[in-house]
Design a protein around this ligand. Structure first.
Ligand code: ARG
Length: 600
């Protein structure tokens, strides 16, 4: 079969006859993907032969089925160069395309688009390939790893909204890579080192009412807030905090013990949040992990002349004028290390340990300048072709004013999740009152948590992210509840039909296809392309948009075409489409860390 499909072979023997004659000889069972490649090749060769131009042609699956199953606009792009009207140019290709096996019809529409309709056979066969992640998956496994760093909360400091965003965005980006076969390393670079520990130790010694071991995360937070309030009035406190941190860095036993306990308390609290959000890491390597690794990096930087003497004994990096970057301090005058010092040691450690093809830092926009300085310093140090990338995201705003007016940046994620679960419960009690209580509780948890997470992920991360209860908790629209509802709907159809999980698309016989079936098939066929795009761009919202459109296509199909009552072989075909839709929705939801229900 492969041999017959090889248009190169067919075309190369065309010397003896007309090209068209040989094109019509392609008779084999092709999928849309093979066919697409074939049509690209045929048009490219025709362009070469008839017009003497070498140009890439690409057929794509259109966004609406009224534009056929495959469409291309190359005639519009080349018409000027070839001095023919685009329509005229396009028309020269239709008869060749129409002769290809699997093509039902081909027409030129509008200013010069070529729209191709395929036979239902070809469309159904292609569905088998929705799961194939391509040849590249195998090679990806052998490639150098991709490191994704995200979450990065600070110990003994409040959890900021940006940490929540980093956590969910980072996890979905890591999941995307893993799903596509990349050797993926997820790292939580916790902020477990720095002056705040000195401050907390002073605060605890001064105002603490119980041993640190017995403190909750809220107690630690209260001490942190107290310290900063008092510091406003008494500047000497600041120096005390700094002195305590110096002692900690120098290895003071008592302070080390104190530090370890506060880290343990915060991480325990974080773990329960991670569990709720289905977040996990391969390594939790906080800033303290690099304490014994900064020395060597400092020596190297000095030796290479990258770190220079600055004011009052500090070590600094300066940048070329055209970069517009202000100088950065790497070591303070008193010898204390800084955030940047540890980040440089982190880069070195990761490059040496894993030789990664990429290191993605999923960190908020406030640190954009900082990462530019770090990356530029790495460049000066000439460590590899550093594969560093700041995956930036915007600020979170609240449609509900009462949420944004809370003091400072302190918004407790648990409170938001709890609120969302409560609201979801109310919705479910209205909608699914016939379900058992335990099942309704589980649904509320899945919908409430999913709504918050999806509400974040469905927005372009490069813009400000707006949180709006009306939008996240609706059963209509680009939301988690809509996705979950559609999944439950499809799953119910399969349950009622007792249908097999994995249909055999190769043997499906479905002679005609309705418009809603066609639209659904198109949407399913785009799945792999969307995953690759979302991964390449590190943009989870592309996957959300896709799943939203898939839900719309499935629901339109569900409303337009009878499934369970349809005569055979229609019934089997429609169940197969349902089964595939359900599986794609579930896979997409998994990547986004969402759970989906079997019924609602
Ligand atoms: N913990 C830091 C903060 O909350 C973010 C860490 C970002 N990652 C890094 N490698 N610097 O601000």
């Amino acid at each position: 079969m492969k041999k017959n499909c090889d248009q190169d072979q067919i075309l190369s023997s065309s010397v003896q006859g007309s090209l068209l004659q040989y094109i019509s000889a392609i008779t084999c069972s092709l999928s849309v993907f093979d066919l697409r490649d074939n049509l690209n090749g045929i048009c490219e060769k025709l362009l070469q032969k008839e017009f003497g131009v070498t140009s890439k042609v690409s057929f794509d699956i259109p966004s609406t089925p009224d534009r056929g199953d495959l469409t291309t606009s190359f005639a519009l792009q080349l018409s000027k160069q070839l001095k023919v009207s685009p329509q005229e140019l396009a028309k020269k290709f239709t008869s060749a395309i129409e002769k290809v096996d699997g093509v039902e019809s081909c027409e030129v529409v509008g200013p010069g688009y070529i729209n191709v309709r395929l036979t239902s056979d070809v469309l159904f066969k292609a569905l088998e390939k929705v799961w194939e992640r391509g040849e590249s998956e195998k090679t990806r496994k052998k490639e150098a790893p991709v490191i994704v760093e995200y979450s990065d909360p600070n110990i003994a400091k409040p959890l900021g909204i940006h940490h929540i965003l980093a956590t969910v965005i980072g996890q979905s980006i890591a999941n995307l890579h893993r799903h596509l076969g990349y050797n993926t390393i997820a790292i939580n670079h916790i902020g477990d080192w720095g002056t705040q520990f000195g401050q907390l130790a002073v605060a605890h010694a001064t105002w603490g009412t119980k041993p640190v071991k017995e403190c909750s995360i809220d107690d630690l937070l209260a001490l942190y807030v107290k310290f900063h309030e008092e510091m406003e009035k008494d500047k000497a406190l600041e120096e005390e905090g700094r002195e305590a941190f110096r002692k900690l860095e120098a290895g003071d036993k008592e302070l080390q013990k104190f530090w370890k306990e506060t880290v343990a308390i915060t991480m325990k609290a974080m773990e329960s949040i991670y569990e709720r959000l289905h977040v996990s890491f391969d390594h939790v390597q906080g800033e303290s992990f690099y304490q014994d690794k900064v020395g060597a990096v400092m020596d190297e930087g000095k030796k290479k002349g990258v770190f220079k003497e600055g004011e009052a004994g500090a070590l600094i990096v300066t940048y070329p004028e055209e970069s517009n970057l202000p100088p950065a301090v790497v070591v303070k005058g008193d010898g204390a290390t800084l955030y940047m010092t540890r980040d440089l040691a982190t880069v070195k450690y990761r490059l040496d340990t894993w030789k990664p093809q990429a290191i993605l830092y999923v960190v908020d926009v406030a640190q954009q300048l900082y990462f530019k300085q770090v990356f530029a310093a790495v460049e000066q140090l000439q460590w590899d072709d550093s594969p560093l990338e700041h995956v930036v995201f915007g600020r979170m705003r609240f449609a509900d004013k009462s949420m944004s007016t809370r003091k400072g940046n302190i918004l407790k994620l648990e409170d938001v999740l709890d609120e969302s679960v409560k609201r979801a419960h109310n919705l479910i009690d209205e909608k699914s009152s016939e379900l058992e209580k335990a099942e309704r509780d589980d649904l509320a948890d899945m919908i409430g948590t999913g709504a918050v997470v999806y509400g974040i992920l469905s927005q372009n991360r490069k813009m400000d992210i707006v949180f709006d209860w009306q939008k996240v908790l609706t059963f209509e629209g680009n939301s988690a509840p809509y996705l979950q509802y559609t999944h439950a709907r499809g799953a119910s159809v399969l349950r009622k039909a007792d249908a097999e999980e994995t249909p055999d698309f190769q043997s499906l016989v479905c002679k005609s296809i309705t418009e809603s079936e066609r639209a659904l098939i198109h949407q399913l066929l785009k799945f792999q392309d969307v995953l690759l795009l979302a991964c390449r761009e590190r943009m989870p919202h592309r996957l959300c948009n896709y799943l939203y459109e898939l839900c719309q296509a499935y629901n339109a199909f569900y409303n337009a075409d009878v499934i369970l009552q349809a005569p055979e072989p229609l019934r089997t075909c429609r169940l197969a489409l349902t089964s595939l839709s359900v599986r794609v929705l579930k896979t997409g939801a998994d990547i986004l860390t969402l759970r989906v229900p079997q019924r609602m």
